[in-house]
Ligand binder design. Structure first.
Ligand SMILES: Cc1cc2nc3c(=O)[nH]c(=O)nc-3n(C[C@H](O)[C@H](O)[C@H](O)COP(=O)(O)OP(=O)(O)OC[C@H]3O[C@@H](n4cnc5c(N)ncnc54)[C@H](O)[C@@H]3O)c2cc1C
Length: 374
């Protein structure tokens, strides 16, 4: 039994329902609302708050380390590699402009890639370093990457022979980013319906019916699926696979020298400073099959590897305690490109962000919003 006020405010028939309140879903709702201010736009989220990868990530505002970019170039060609760098770089600039550096906790402390003394990866990067910089310079400006071997010791790292630095990358505070985005979305008139788990989407030529786990249905003109790593349940026909990423954070460490974001072992590991401690993640390569899961858990094999990296490379000869461990679910597939399409007549998808959602999320959302009809 709803009052007239509930019916007029919260139970109006939505023009658009966005499923998933991650960075992509929230920006999609925002951009559609700006385009059609009179539309009633509702974001349905199964958690009490946004609770996907957008709240679990490591907070790297990054466009790719040298080894990652060279690998992309080898597999997909120079043009595809450059297109992705451009998307990430412009996405980060849009994100920082839209939300503001202070609001997202952006720190201009730089991004780094590190290599052990005799690593073949170093040899490969060193041979192609100048050519890579030249290829990237039309997008990123002259010499985006520089060798910074003299800063290895000042960051307290051990067993590392070579380091590359870019001033164009840096860490953000993921929680602040999502809080600011939520505030913005609400203040511009989007309704967020939390604790609403979508179990089925039934679409026809005129409307879409969205069924929630509590038995409620929402009827709308358009649905946008922004569920990333959790998409298989809703749209099993899409070529998407969940990919878990595990992380740990140490308690604050007196006199921590580490500053900025760091990529290691061809991107299989990454770490940064946060709140006086070290956040370290990765190690999916140790159990690729086991990590193709939507279960938000940590496993000893990967957590032990992260701790070993702390002991041997990041915090040698320092005692540390682990303050927090968590995992988040990314979305991958046969291609690294996101799936942004009008999947059915009235259902748009914006999923498969891989490990790049901080950078490209806002642009993927803009593309998705442009696919929604009036
Ligand atoms: C450990 C880790 C580290 C990462 N580090 C970085 C990084 O440093 N830099 C970077 O650029 N990217 C990073 N990423 C990737 C980045 O976080 C993602 O690409 C991005 O957050 C994806 O955003 P999204 O909005 O598409 O998905 P999500 O944030 O996962 O949002 C999907 C939302 O949909 C909701 N949902 C799911 N199913 C349903 C349903 N049936 N009904 C209702 N709601 C539903 C979920 O609860 C969730 O809130 C990392 C990811 C992880 C896991």
């Amino acid at each position: 039994m709803h009052s007239i006020w509930e019916i007029r405010q919260f139970h109006r028939t939505p023009d658009v329902v966005v499923i998933g309140a991650g960075i992509v879903g929230l920006f999609t709702a925002l951009f559609h609302k700006r385009r059609f201010p009179h539309h009633h736009v509702v974001v349905v989220e199964r958690g009490p708050f946004p609770s996907g990868a957008s709240m679990k990530n490591a907070g790297f505002a990054c466009f790719g380390s040298p080894s990652e970019l060279l690998e992309d170039e080898d597999h997909e060609g120079t043009d595809a590699m450059l297109a992705r760098v451009e998307a990430r770089w412009n996405g980060l600039r849009e994100l920082r402009t839209e939300l503001g550096d202070v609001a997202i906790g952006y720190e201009p402390t730089g991004g780094h890639e590190i290599y052990p003394e005799h690593s073949p990866l170093y040899t490969c990067v060193a041979e192609r370093f100048d050519a890579l910089n030249a290829t990237l310079s039309p997008i990123l400006g002259p010499e985006p990457f520089k060798w910074a071997n003299d800063a290895i010791a000042s960051n307290g790292l051990q067993g590392i022979g070579h380091m590359v630095r870019t001033d164009l990358e840096g860490p953000i505070d993921t929680g602040k980013l999502m809080s600011r985005l939520l505030q913005k979305v609400l203040s511009e008139g989007v309704l967020i319906r939390s604790n609403s788990n979508v179990v089925r989407i039934e679409d026809g030529p005129e409307q879409v019916v969205i069924l929630l786990a509590d038995g409620t249905t929402l009827t709308t003109a358009w649905a946008v699926v922004c569920t990333n790593g959790y998409t298989t349940d809703l749209l099993p026909e899409l070529p998407v696979v969940p990919a878990r990423g595990q992380v740990l954070l140490t308690a604050p460490i007196d006199g921590l020298k580490l500053r900025g974001t760091f990529h290691y072992d061809a991107g299989f590991y990454y770490f940064r400073d946060f709140a006086g401690g070290v956040l370290v993640g990765g190690g999916r390569n140790l159990d690729i099959v086991g990590e193709r899961t939507m279960l938000e858990q940590t496993t000893p094999v990967i957590q032990n590897a992260l701790e070993e990296l702390l002991r041997t490379v990041i915090l040698p000869d320092r005692n540390f305690t682990v303050a927090q461990r968590w995992s988040g679910i990314m979305c991958v597939g046969p291609s690294r490109a996101p799936i942004v399409e009008r999947h059915r007549e009235r259902v748009v998808t914006a999923v498969r962000l891989g490990g790049m959602g901080v950078a490209i999320g806002i642009r993927v959302a803009r593309q998705a919003a442009a696919l929604i009809g009036e």
